[in-house]
Design a protein around this ligand. Structure first.
Ligand SMILES: Cc1cc2nc3c(=O)[nH]c(=O)nc-3n(C[C@H](O)[C@H](O)[C@H](O)COP(=O)(O)OP(=O)(O)OC[C@H]3O[C@@H](n4cnc5c(N)ncnc54)[C@H](O)[C@@H]3O)c2cc1C
Length: 449
């Protein structure tokens, strides 16, 4: 699109955010054949959003979906403009001048912790921070040193809690094979976590765990799994639980009967338990909690811990620089058509993914979601006002000194990551330093479709 002179009938589209929702939207828009230019503008030098910076590093099969996304760019019809933060490097109104339509797919951000006394102590971290750190997100905060952690409490009844708990007790050979950045891997290898306590507000038949993810615990070598039989028996009286919950309950029941022998590490599930305080003076020393299972006496627990990870979801905050009203579930939208605070549709502005629905669903959920949004956009396209600005946004960004990362630049980052992985016997090892990533991306000539 660099030398490209748009015709009157040309239509251009910017998709903001290169996570699954944005990339499924790009795929659907490209397949429609209705756009002469589609740009995916991404804040990071790398695409894929939470597939790269959320999905657990020991789940490479889940990350294989990136191959589908790569085809969107390899086709040459869609440009990747990485390392460009919308709202900072380019404003919403500037984008509306450059493109006929924009689709926001920037996800949600913002950590969430339990609101209990002590939640801000060093050693008490949100899952957003902990996951970003172990995933090598360039903007991640430093994680508390794992080398001094012997006991950890993981709070949460969803898959992220399982990912965190599993990684803390995973064998070294499993960790070495992941794509964790080298410094993160070193921290995990130095850790000697003996006990992980998973604290869950609800019962064993009410968690949001995927059975397939829960089952992985049973395959961990040398890890004792502990579940109180009374919790399982109390849950068995719960009527109308889903198929997945029944599978989970079955699994928890089988763990009550496990004879694990002498294991070095253990994972214990505490159901119907609410943390009431994180204790410690200058750092975390444990968690006070209140267990209140149905049918037996409530009791107070004190669980010693050096690390507490709060896996209690993400705060669903959208961009604060858009003149749009947000709901707890995401942006105010109708099937992806964004509405402003006064309830009116904003012409040419669309939304998809977590920003549209709130933080829920799997990667695949974003596909139907993005297709719905793009279908609305295509329906409206003819009536949309044409962009005023014919200048290529890439030239504008470059002139402003932004080191935009192209798709070929991202491929160069990947080459460096593969080389780093091979040095330790893994397929790939992530670079997490933004400057190094951008330098790798610009080490060769940028190729723009
Ligand atoms: C820890 C974790 C683990 C998960 N594991 C799984 C799993 O194993 N399997 C599964 O199916 N699902 C999993 N999910 C869910 C899945 O990742 C989400 O459904 C999906 O990533 C949401 O897609 P999205 O595109 O809406 O948002 P995101 O993936 O968050 O993508 C948003 C993108 O927008 C970019 N962006 C943000 N702000 C700006 C800006 N101002 N300018 C430009 N770009 C911006 C971000 O950098 C990011 O790349 C997991 C989620 C989490 C949090």
């Amino acid at each position: 699109m660099n030398d490209h002179q748009p015709q009157d009938h040309d239509r251009t589209l910017a998709i903001l955010g290169a996570g699954p929702a944005g990339l499924y939207a790009a795929r659907a828009a490209a397949a429609s054949g209705r756009f002469t230019g589609i740009d995916v503008i991404e804040a990071l030098p790398a695409p894929y959003g939470l597939v790269r910076y959320g999905v657990a590093p020991d789940h490479p099969e889940t990350k294989r979906v990136t191959k589908v996304f790569d085809r969107v760019f390899d086709s040459g019809h869609v440009r990747f403009l990485g390392n460009v933060t919308v709202g900072r490097d380019i404003t919403h109104s500037a984008l509306m001048g450059h493109y006929d339509a924009v689709v926001y797919a920037t996800g949600v951000s913002g950590d969430r912790r339990l609101s209990v006394p002590g939640a801000d102590l060093p050693g008490s971290v949100s899952s957003a921070d902990f996951v970003s750190w172990y995933s090598g997100h360039p903007d991640a905060k430093l994680c508390p040193p794992l080398s001094s952690v012997r006991k950890a409490v993981v709070v949460g009844g969803g898959n992220v809690a399982l990912d965190v708990a599993r990684l803390l007790v995973s064998p070294h050979e499993v960790l070495r094979a992941t794509d964790m950045p080298d410094d993160v891997l070193d921290a995990f290898l130095a850790a000697e976590v003996r006990e992980v306590h998973v604290v869950v507000r609800k019962g064993p038949g009410e968690t949001r765990y995927s059975p397939v993810v829960l089952r992985e615990f049973a395959e961990l070598p040398d890890v004792a799994l502990k579940v109180d039989r009374r919790d399982v028996e109390a849950a068995e009286t719960t009527a109308g639980i889903s198929r997945a919950s029944q599978d989970n309950l079955e699994m928890f029941r089988s763990w009550c009967d496990r004879r694990d022998g002498v294991s070095v590490r253990s994972v214990q599930f505490h159901f119907w338990t609410n943390p009431t305080q994180i204790i410690g003076k200058s750092e975390v020393q444990g968690v006070h909690a209140f267990a209140n299972p149905p049918g037996w006496a409530a009791q107070e627990l004190k669980i010693p811990a050096d690390l507490v990870v709060h896996c209690v979801g993400f705060s669903a905050t959208g961009p604060d620089w858009l003149p749009i009203s947000t709901t707890p579930g995401g942006l105010e939208s109708l099937q992806g058509r964004v509405r402003s605070s006064d309830g009116k549709q904003m012409p040419g502005v669309y939304v998809t993914g977590w920003l549209k629905r709130g933080p829920s669903g799997t990667i695949a959920t974003n596909r139907t979601d993005a297709e719905e949004t793009v279908a609305c956009l295509l329906e409206d396209l003819e009536g949309l006002r044409r962009r005023a600005q014919r200048k290529d946004v890439l030239d504008v960004l470059t002139a402003a000194g932004i080191a935009v990362v192209s798709w070929s630049g991202w491929r160069a980052i990947q080459d460096d990551e593969r080389a780093a992985g091979q040095r330790r016997g893994a397929v790939t090892a992530k670079l997490s330093n933004r400057d190094l990533m951008v330098a790798a991306a610009h080490s060769g000539p940028a190729e723009w479709p």
